[in-house]
Design a protein around this ligand. Structure first.
Ligand SMILES: C[S@@+](CC[C@H](N)C(=O)[O-])C[C@H]1O[C@@H](n2cnc3c(N)ncnc32)[C@H](O)[C@@H]1O
Length: 197
């Protein structure tokens, strides 16, 4: 089970490289040009994606319920804004050009997953992207279900696959996960002449 103690003991529990689908989304959003985008990393953990996004010039907010990981993120890059909160209870006050939720939604109750996806969609700026990676192992989300929540967005990428995983926090032995991943774009054009909040 992930905890503040486990994060203190293992500083790079989820690795140090950004999630490939996040790298892909950055390329889609920026089209190779450097622009000043905002990003929200929900369930940021120890910040492998937040740190990558900040290096790409994004103004990053990292949200997680565990303070230990957020402190590690802040220590690595003080430009990143950190928010210690339960995402199921959190009300987003601004809009973001990019919202990522990497391997976190399956920790919520089914009703919380649905309401959180609603809040994520609401907090996405026009033309902005949502990136979700979620485990289907516990059947809180079934196959193809994630995609259905984004019918009013443009689905840029949707895939489901089985991934071999090494032992990590909360899993003593090598194992496999069934994963759904999505990149969806909110309809409209990114307007960088006015602030997104
Ligand atoms: C498997 S880790 C993934 C971390 C990071 N996204 C990554 O891929 O490196 C899941 C993270 O979600 C966080 N988390 C779980 N439930 C949460 C909730 N209700 N609100 C905020 N964060 C949560 C955990 O504390 C943990 O840091």
């Amino acid at each position: 089970m992930t905890s503040n103690a486990s994060y203190q003991k293992q500083p790079k529990a989820w690795g140090s490289r950004p999630t490939p689908i996040v790298v892909q989304a950055v390329k889609l959003l920026s089209g190779g040009k450097e622009r000043h985008f905002s990003a929200l990393d929900i369930g940021a953990g120890q910040g492998r994606d937040s740190l990558y996004l900040a290096k790409q010039g994004f103004q990053v907010t990292a949200l997680d319920k565990l303070a230990a990981g957020l402190s590690q993120i802040k220590a690595s890059d003080e430009r990143i804004e950190t928010v210690a909160a339960d995402m199921a209870q959190y009300e987003f006050e601004q809009k973001f050009d990019l919202i990522i939720a990497i391997n976190v939604l399956h920790f919520l109750k089914k009703s919380e997953i649905e309401s959180s996806i609603g809040k994520i969609k609401q907090a996405t700026a026009r033309g902005g992207l949502v990136v979700v990676s979620v485990l289907l192992d516990n059947h809180k989300l079934e196959t193809q279900e994630l995609k259905g929540y984004f019918e009013d967005f443009e689905i840029v990428l949707y895939r489901e696959f089985v991934k071999d995983d090494a032992a990590h926090i909360g899993a003593q032995y090598p194992h496999t996960h069934q994963i759904a991943q999505l990149i969806a774009r909110k309809r409209g054009t990114v307007d960088k002449t006015s602030p997104t909040c």
